[in-house]
Structure formats: C-alpha cells, structure tokens
Design a protein around this ligand. Structure first.
Ligand code: MN
Length: 258
C-alpha cells in the first residue's frame, strides 16, 4: 500500500460547477433567490461555473438587461467574476438571444454549442442538449429558423414589448404541442449522441441539460468508455454537477417555494 504522504500542505481543490435549465423568471422568485444564494455561497468557492443554457425562461434581447431581476443576476455574476471565479454561458433554446451586451455587463464568456474543454486531463464535451433531440423534427425545424441570423436580426428590430408578447405566444403553442409528444421524442436520440461523441473523438465526458432528466449514463462506443451526465432543472429543487480531480458528483439544493 502506497503512503500518499502528509496532506497538511495540500490546498483545498476548487471544483468546476455545471448547471442548466434554471428557467429564471419573475413568476418564480424563490428560484432566483436560491440561485443568488448558490452564487454567493457555493460558486464563490469554485474555480468556474459553466451555465449550459436555459438560465432564463426566456430572453427577449439584450435591451432587457435593465429588468430588475436581470440586473440583480448580472451584478452577482459581475462581482463573482471580479473575485476570480470564471463564468461561462452557453445558449439554451430559451435564451439563445443572449448576446454581447449581457455577457459584457455580467463578465461572462459565451461558449459555442458544443464546446470541448479539458478538465483535470479529461476531455469534456459541453452542450445544451436540444440539438441532440433529433427525433423531434418539428422542434429541429423551429430551431433552425430561430438560430438563423436574418430571423434574429428581424426579430430584434421589433419593440421589446412586442417581442415578449410573441415569445409568450410561441411558448403557449410549444407547451400545447409538447403535451402531444411522446417522452421518447423529447429525449436525446442515441444516434445523435453517438454521432456527436465520434465527431469529437470520444471525449471522456459529455455534459448537457435540456431534457430535465438528470442522470449519469455509461456509454461504450467503438471501444471507448464515456459518461454522459444530464443536468437537472431548477423546479422542485436546484441542482448542480461538481467536478474536481476525484470525479463528478451531482448535488441538490433546497429551494423554498413561496
Ligand atoms: Mn432547453
């Protein structure tokens, strides 16, 4: 048995944290409070926070940064970043209109989806996850439309209130359509996951959200062993994945419903 020696000289390892699908909005203020508490008491002691999409329930455009809830979050991000915590954000299907004004104000780095990072010598692929739901043809068509630059430019040229109203209409329609879709269609496609893992040369980990089905899946593909972590949403409780040299662990956060 190897003696690993005296640990007294070792410094506490600051973990990297991963979250998604908070869907922050004015109608669920207790989730915003829980998130601000999480930033102050947990993220403050982390190396980095990776936000993998759907941080906000919707984002009508960066001219909405003055909203009081948005402002409190931006201030919290900015002070964390100033204290040395690295903050990363990736678009989800709800907040894909977040742009440079928000990122600059919040001191956040915008990541492309997907994005490959290295963590403690392991390759880690990050994604929101909606692009993997390829069995949902109607959604993928919608995704192509709204991710188009011309569509976004036209949409952003509308007054803020008009945009908010249009988003509400789209959401109501989407909720109605979802009630008719099977659970399988709304989950990631295994073929799409395999294709992505191959394309990125079999990363050790894939971390994504979107499906609101938190889990840890072992994947064997072409002789490679990988893990797919699915992040949880912030509805009944908050949750985050914490990774350090020892590995990754999912954690729950109690939220006090109003
Ligand atoms: Mn999503």
């Amino acid at each position: 048995m190897k003696n690993l020696g005296d640990k007294s000289g070792s410094r506490a390892i600051k973990p990297d944290l991963f979250i998604s699908d908070l869907h922050l909005c004015a109608s669920r203020p207790h989730i915003t409070s829980a998130f601000l508490h999480f930033l102050k008491h947990t993220v403050a002691n982390a190396n980095a926070l990776y936000m993998l999409g759907d941080l906000f329930d919707y984002w009508a455009g960066d001219d909405d940064v003055d909203d009081i809830t948005h402002q409190s979050i931006i201030d919290a991000f900015s002070s964390l970043a100033n204290s040395g915590v690295k903050l990363y954000f990736m678009h989800g299907n709800r907040d894909f209109l977040i742009s440079s004004k928000f990122c600059t104000a919040a001191n956040i780095t915008l990541l492309q989806d997907p994005c490959l990072i290295t963590l403690y010598g392991k390759s880690v692929l990050l994604s929101h996850g909606d692009g993997l739901c390829t069995d949902d043809f109607a959604y993928q068509d919608f995704r192509l439309l709204v991710r188009d630059l011309k569509w976004q430019t036209d949409f952003l040229s509308l007054p803020l209130e008009t945009r908010k109203n249009q988003i509400e209409t789209i959401r109501a329609r989407s909720e109605n359509e979802k009630s008719h879709k099977s659970a399988e269609i709304m989950d990631v496609s295994q073929d799409a996951v395999s294709h992505l893992l191959k394309k990125y040369h079999y990363p050790d980990l894939l971390i994504h959200g979107h499906t609101h089905r938190p889990n840890q899946h072992s994947i064997q593909l072409d002789g490679h062993n990988m893990i797919r972590w699915v992040l949880g949403d912030w509805y009944e409780q908050g949750s985050y994945l914490s990774c350090d040299e020892q590995g990754c662990k999912s954690n729950a956060i109690k939220t006090n419903a109003a």
